[in-house]
Design a protein around this ligand. Structure first.
Ligand code: ADP
Ligand code: MG
Length: 474
């Protein structure tokens, strides 16, 4: 993709001026993060890292990503209700991956007890890159779908205004007017509000379950504010608070300090380091409750890398979404090659192929949050070491997606201004609400574009690698 800003990219004076305006605009608009030094205080905050210029995104692929989001919502929801599929798919993983195994144990325990929850709320983000084929035509390929704690819907609701200002300063008012409106925080809040309403208790609250370290609090506050604007009370608690103050009554209604909780929105609980023994007990208490969990534990499991890989097997989507022929075609068109490393001939063969040609693949463990995947020489070494051991089943292999880089400036606090060769990842937020068997809401709620320098193979914004961006459709 040719960068639409070639004419200004090397104009140092113009770029310097625009960068100063950009940073102030980000602070004014609220594109904020707490600092690494004081992650739990708002006395001193900084702008969240972002690109100086919006990045070019092919409009056809952008539309394709929006068009498939309701299908992905349906799919995730269907998987979460399919006990046999989850059991069968995760059987090999839970033998070697303790974290997935522990989630799975809670899932089974809750099912055995009988679900108390009847309203279900899903907030996910499906992430894509634009794979550059041999003939140079870009194709939309899914990286993964995040079914728990998908972040940056708040801050990204404010980045288009910043980029609009930058373009105007650079003499590009026409282009500025073409930037798309985007407000995921409102869309996410509408989903939470709907679930709250269906839960049916005016006095009950929405509980944001948050991490001990809360650098990204402003992103969450954007969603929180939308709920307060609708007169829905929000509390912020940690697993530790739930362990100490949480309880269930006879009808499994959840109470925090005597206050009824209608919806639990997890911005926590997606990686092993979020849990100690007490936190696992708190998680179990939440899952057993009648409160609407966003997501419930089955939906979290539906977002594992192992599930993603199994979905790409021929016939699997047809089994999960019978009768949805068109939705299946739209979903499948976004799949890159995905391969199981389960023990057996199929796994042996793909492991050998990847060892011989590591640059074709990405090796992924069952982890979230960025920085866990293996590439190139490291992929080869690790795979060589574990190729004959069941340990290999804790990973999946995926075709490496190769987007066309474009030049941009990544603005970070305390970093020099320099031009970088960059690639972008587009995320679409999905929101749905189901009451018993009936879907009462199914929407795409906005987008997130993240961009990183090509020297980083892995990692998101929170991991300090990617930065916030806005799509400029071409
Ligand atoms: P996580 O759950 O850690 O976010 P992802 O699957 O999103 O895991 O991978 C993290 C990052 O690694 C992505 O944001 C992307 O930059 C890169 N990545 C993942 N899969 C691929 C792939 N198949 N090809 C190229 N890059 C990839
Ligand atoms: Mg990711």
């Amino acid at each position: 993709m040719a960068a639409p800003w070639e004419d200004v990219l090397r104009n140092e004076a113009a770029i310097q001026e625009a960068a100063a305006v950009a940073v102030d605009a980000a602070l004014l608009e609220g594109v904020l993060m707490r600092t690494e030094r004081e992650p739990n205080a708002s006395d001193v905050v900084n702008f969240a890292p972002f690109t100086l210029l919006p990045s070019a995104v092919p409009s056809a692929l952008f539309e394709q990503a929006y068009a498939v989001q309701q299908d992905f919502n349906l799919l995730v929801d269907a998987i979460s209700q399919n006990k046999e599929f989850l059991e069968h798919t995760l059987a090999s993983t839970i033998k070697v991956d303790d974290f997935t195994a522990q989630l799975f144990r809670i899932h089974m325990q809750v099912l055995e007890e009988g679900l108390a929850q009847s309203v279900f709320l899903g907030i996910n983000r499906s992430d894509y890159m634009f794979d550059c084929g041999v003939d140079g035509t870009p194709a939309l390929k899914q990286i993964e779908i995040n079914t728990i704690a998908a972040s940056f819907g708040g801050l990204t609701s404010r980045t288009a205004a910043v980029h609009g200002r930058v373009l105007k300063v650079l003499g590009k008012s026409e282009e500025a007017s073409r930037l798309l409106p985007n407000n995921p925080s409102k869309g996410l809040a509408l989903g939470i509000a709907k679930a709250w309403e269906l839960y049916g208790s005016q006095s009950a609250v929405v509980m944001f379950l948050v991490e001990e370290v809360q650098r990204n609090i402003f992103d969450q506050r954007c969603v929180e504010n939308e709920l307060w604007n609708r007169n829905i009370r929000v509390i912020r608690k940690r697993f530790r608070d739930v362990f100490e103050k949480g309880s269930l009554d006879d009808a499994k209604r959840l109470y925090m300090n005597g206050q009824e909780v209608a919806v639990v929105y997890y911005r926590e609980g997606y990686v092993p380091k979020n849990y100690d023994q007490q936190n696992w007990e708190a998680r179990l208490l939440l899952e057993r409750s009648r409160a609407v969990k966003c997501p419930d534990i089955a939906t979290q499991l539906a977002g594992t890398k192992k599930v993603q890989q199994e979905l790409s097997r021929p016939g699997m989507l047809e089994r999960l979404l019978p009768g949805h022929t068109e939705a299946i075609a739209r979903i499948r068109a976004t799949f890159a090659g995905l391969y199981s490393l389960d023990m057996g001939e199929e796994g042996d063969k793909i492991a050998a192929t990847a060892i011989a040609d590591p640059d074709r693949f990405v090796l992924k463990p069952q982890r979230e949050g960025g920085g866990n995947n293996l590439y190139g020489e490291e992929l080869r070494q690790v795979l060589e070491k574990i190729r004959d051991s069941p340990e290999r089943t804790s990973y999946i292999l995926m075709d490496k997606i190769k987007p066309q880089p474009a030049m941009n400036y990544l603005l970070r606090a305390h970093s020099p201004l320099q031009v970088s060769e960059c690639i972008s990842e587009l995320g679409i937020f999905g929101v749905y609400v189901r009451q018993d068997k009936e879907m009462v809401m199914n929407k795409a709620a906005g987008h997130l574009l993240r961009t990183k320098a090509i020297e980083h193979a892995d990692g998101g914004v929170a991991a300090g690698v990617a930065v916030l961006d806005s799509p400029y459709l071409v």
